[in-house]
Ligand binder design. Structure first.
Ligand code: ADP
Length: 494
C-alpha cells in the first residue's frame, strides 16, 4: 500500500477525505526527499508494512529551518486574538476527524481504539487550552527599588523551535508542543518518531487546512535523526528544542543544544511508583491501577512501573488486579473489542521479556501472563508478577508494557524510600483514605507529578514534567507556554 485515504463517516460541512500525506511538509507544500529515500511503516498488530514516508536528509532539515525562519516574523506579529482563532480552528478540525485519526493511531501504533480515541481528544485539547492562553500572555511592570526607573518585563516568542516526539502518543506529544509554540508566536519544525509518522503528517495536514499559515509548522521524518537534528540545532536561527523520548537520547540532545546554547525542554523516561496503603479503598485502587498500568498497554512514561502495596491489603490487591488484567481482551489495535493492543515492535517485546526473566530469576512469582503471545504482530499479554525482589532490573528500568511488578511493604517510610530510590522522577501514584497522610507522602516523593487516589495525571491544563533525570521544564498549563517565551526586561526612565 502506498497511500492511505480515510473517508470521514459523515461528509456534512467538512473538508472531506484526503490521502494521508507521506512527504515532508516544508513551507506550504508537501514534497518528497531529494534522495527519494523512504521509511517503511509497519502495522504492529500484524507485522505488515503499511506504507512508507519520505526520509529526509540534512539539506531538507535546513530547508525546514529556512521555511520556519521565513515565517517567524509574521507569525510573531500576528495579533494574539488571530493566533487564538487559528488554534481554536485546529481544535475543532481535529475533533471533527477524531474517529479516523483514532483509527490511524491504532493502525500505526497498535494501541486499542479506545486508547486512541482518548488520545485524540487529549491531543486536540492542547489547541483549545492554548487558544485560550494565547490572549493571556501578560507582562510585568515594577519600580526599581532605588526609584530611578521602571522595570518593564515582556514575554516574547523565543524563536524557531525544533520539536522531537516519540511513538507512544503520536498525536498528543506533537500537539502538546505545537500548540504552546504557536500560541507564544513561534514557528516550528516537528520531527515525529520514525515508527509512527503518519499521525503527525495527518495532523499537520488538518492544521494546514484549518488555517495555520505556510512555514509556521514544518514536518520532517528521518530514519537517521541524529545528523539531521544536529544540523538543525547548530543552525543559529533555531532557538528552542522541545524533546519527548528516552533519557539516553535526551542527554545526547542536551549536549547538541549546548553548542549554540539552545533553550531545551526535556520530557524523558519515568519509573513511576504506585503506593497502596492499608487504608486505601481497594476498588478505587484497582480502578486507578488499571488506568495507570494499562492505559496505552503500559506504553506511557507515566505508567505505573512499581506497585508498592502495604501488607494488610497486598493479597487482596494482587488477586483483584490479576482478575481485572486477566479479563482484558488482547488484540489488534483497530479491533473495537480490543482492550490491550500490540506493542510497538520486536525491540519492545525483547525488553519486556528481558525484564520479566530477570525478575523471575531473582525470585518473583508470575501470577498472570509472563510470556510473549505466539501470533503475528507484537503482542505481550497483561501480566502480573508479585513478590518482586530488590535488585530486579524491572524496578530500575521502565518496562513500557502491560506488566505490573508488585512489591509488598510494611512500613510507609520504607515505601517512600524505595519510591525515591531511582534516578527518574516523573509521575507517582498514592492511594490512601487518609488525605492528610497521602498529601504528606505526595510532598515527599521526588516526582514532578503525583496522583492522589486517581490513576491519571495528564491534563492540558496541568504542568506535566519530571524531576531528576526525567526531564527539564513543563508542558501543558501556562507554564508550558512560557517554555516558548523569552523574558525581555526593559529599564525605562520617564
Ligand atoms: P524511544 O526509546 O521511546 O523510541 P527515543 O528517545 O529513541 O525514544 O526516540 C524519541 C524521539 O527521538 C524519536 O523521534 C526519535 O527519532 C528521536 N531520536 C532518536 N535519536 C535521536 C538523535 N540522536 N537525535 C535526534 N533525535 C533522535
Amino acid at each position: 500500500m502506498t497511500s492511505l485515504t480515510y473517508t470521514p463517516p459523515d461528509a456534512g460541512g467538512r473538508p472531506g477525505p484526503f490521502a494521508i500525506p507521506t512527504g515532508l511538509l516544508i513551507g506550504h507544500s508537501w514534497r518528497d526527499s531529494t534522495s527519494g529515500a523512504r521509511i517503511e511503516i509497519v502495522n504492529p498488530s500484524t507485522g505488515e508494512t503499511l506504507t512508507a514516508v519520505a526520509d529526509c536528509g540534512v539539506a531538507e532539515g535546513i530547508a525546514a529551518v529556512d521555511a520556519a525562519s521565513a515565517a517567524a516574523a509574521d507569525w510573531a506579529a500576528t495579533p494574539p486574538r488571530k493566533r487564538a482563532d487559528i488554534l481554536f480552528a485546529c481544535f475543532h478540525a481535529m475533533m471533527a476527524e477524531q474517529e479516523w485519526l483514532a483509527q490511524l493511531i491504532s493502525l500505526e501504533n497498535g494501541k486499542a481504539l479506545s486508547d486512541a480515541r482518548g488520545e485524540v481528544a487529549y491531543a486536540a485539547e492542547f489547541f483549545r487550552w492554548y487558544a485560550e492562553e494565547a490572549v493571556r500572555i501578560t507582562g510585568e511592570m515594577g519600580i526599581a527599588p532605588g526609584g530611578a526607573n521602571r522595570i518593564l518585563v515582556q514575554y516574547q516568542p523565543i524563536g524557531v523551535a525544533l520539536l522531537i516526539t516519540p511513538w507512544n502518543f503520536p498525536a498528543a506529544m506533537a500537539t502538546r508542543k505545537i500548540a504552546p509554540a504557536l500560541a507564544a508566536g513561534c514557528t516550528c519544525i516537528l520531527k515525529p518518531a520514525e515508527e509512527t509518522p503518519l499521525t503527525a503528517l495527518a495532523v499537520a495536514e488538518i492544521l494546514r487546512r484549518a488555517g495555520v499559515p505556510a512555514g509556521v509548522i514544518n514536518v520532517i521524518n528521518a530514519s537517521d535523526p541524529g545528523p539531521v537534528c544536529s544540523a538543525i540545532l547548530h543552525d543559529t536561527r533555531v532557538r528552542k528544542l522541545s524533546f519527548t523520548g528516552s533519557t539516553e537520547v535526551g542527554r545526547i540532545l542536551l549536549r547538541e543544544a549546548a553548542d549554540t546554547v539552545v533553550s531545551a525542554s526535556m520530557e524523558l523516561g519515568g519509573n513511576a511508583p504506585f503506593l497502596v496503603l492499608d487504608d486505601a479503598d481497594l476498588d478505587a485502587a484497582i480502578e486507578g491501577a488499571m488506568v495507570a498500568k494499562m492505559r496505552n498497554a503500559g506504553e506511557a512514561c507515566t505508567a505505573a512501573n512499581r506497585f508498592y502495596v502495604q501488607r494488610g491489603i497486598h493479597d487482596r490487591f494482587v488477586e483483584k488486579l490479576v482478575a481485572r488484567m486477566g479479563a482484558m481482551a488482547v488484540g489488534a489495535g483497530c479491533d473495537p473489542a480490543t482492550q490491550c493492543g500490540a506493542m510497538i515492535n520486536q525491540a519492545s517485546i525483547d525488553k519486556i521479556e528481558r525484564l520479566v526473566a530477570d525478575a523471575i530469576a531473582k525470585g518473583a512469582d508470575v501470577r498472570l501472563g509472563g510470556a510473549t503471545l505466539e501470533r503475528a504482530g507484537f503482542f505481550y499479554p497483561p501480566s502480573v508478577i508479585a513478590n518482586v525482589q530488590p535488585g530486579s532490573a524491572i524496578l530500575e528500568d521502565e518496562v513500557f508494557g502491560p506488566v505490573a511488578a508488585i512489591i509488598p511493604f510494611d512500613d510507609i517510610e520504607d515505601a517512600i524510600r524505595l519510591a525515591n530510590a531511582t534516578d527518574y522522577g516523573l509521575a507517582a501514584y498514592v492511594y490512601s483514605a487518609d488525605l492528610k497522610n497521602a498529601l504528606q507522602i505526595a510532598e515527599r516523593i521526588e516526582c514532578g507529578m503525583v496522583a492522589v487516589n486517581r490513576g491519571l495525571v495528564s491534563d492540558a491544563a496541568a504542568p506535566f514534567g519530571g524531576m531528576k533525570q526525567s526531564g527539564l521544564g513543563r508542558e501543558g498549563s501556562h507554564h508550558g507556554l512560557t517554555e516558548y517565551c523569552e523574558i525581555k526586561y526593559i529599564a525605562v526612565s520617564w
